[in-house]
Design a protein around this ligand. Sequence first.
Ligand code: F6P
Length: 326
Amino acid sequence: MNKEQFIGVLTSGGDASGMNAAIRAVTRSAIFNGFRVKGIYRGYEGLINGEVRELTTEDVSSIIQRGGTILKTARSPRFTTPEGRRQAWETIRQEEIGALVIIGGDGSLRGARIFAEEYDLPCIGLPGTIDNDLCGTDVTIGYDTALNTIVECVDKIRDTATSHDRIFFVEVMGRDAGFLAQYSAIASGAEAAIIPEDRTDVDQLEHFIGRGIRKTKNSSIVIVSESPKDGGAMHYAERVCKEYPEYEVRVTILGHLQRGGAPSASDRILSSRLGVASVTALLEGQRNVMIGIRNGETVYVPFIEAIRRDKPLDKRLVEILDELSI
Ligand code: F6P
């Protein structure tokens, strides 16, 4: 791309704390390097509708500490169609956008991959999702903040669980990935985590009860990863009521409060690094890659690799939780 053209930036899919810090970093780093920037509102929907405005350094002042995304976000069924992407391309041409930075999760990068294959436009992805389920990066923007929010909530639930001698099933987000559940369980001292990655022949509920959880403790907290297939926390609570009526059970579904709030320092730093790296990548002539962080270093991950659905969760963490929750 030449410097007469603009770098476009958009946020897409579920919002994640730190997206604003990433928008700020992309904008400021681009301007620092002699580019101009256009913000696209409401993700791919805004790209289709032509909701575009130039961003200056002042436009991104005082946003590093704010959750959500000033560019707003959306999930765009229209962008999954060739006609939707054709309209998006029209906007790109009209607005003289020479490269696109997409901040979002796997659905957003999936869309970017197809768009970049169909049209001649360098696309750079930044991993933005609380689920931490993108491959090729150790962490994603928003994950650390969401994790800390969950731990703060579980600490509070622990007070009432202990006072009443109850089992609490706390449902957390993550779509099909158990990172938030497993890591928050360890960080909050929960007695168990029920996660999709640990789906074996062993019934996770029976395993938890069978370990004699109440022999040594009068209350328990089980973190359950949301799952439309399994029915999530409600399903397990209902099973305990039926199969182990001696236990008193409650359910808390944390829901969207996990997505909001000021980003943690880690998320602000991560977003700043990734935002700057996206401009460096464009200067180096990179295209159609996600910027990830591996072992502390920024890396370029081809979209096809980033959107694989099998990001491994370190199984030793399951053992650690088992060992520490006796
Ligand atoms: O991908 C982020 C996420 O928060 C998932 O954890 C969750 O399953 C989903 O988005 C919820 O989406 P929505 O906000 O559209 O209901």
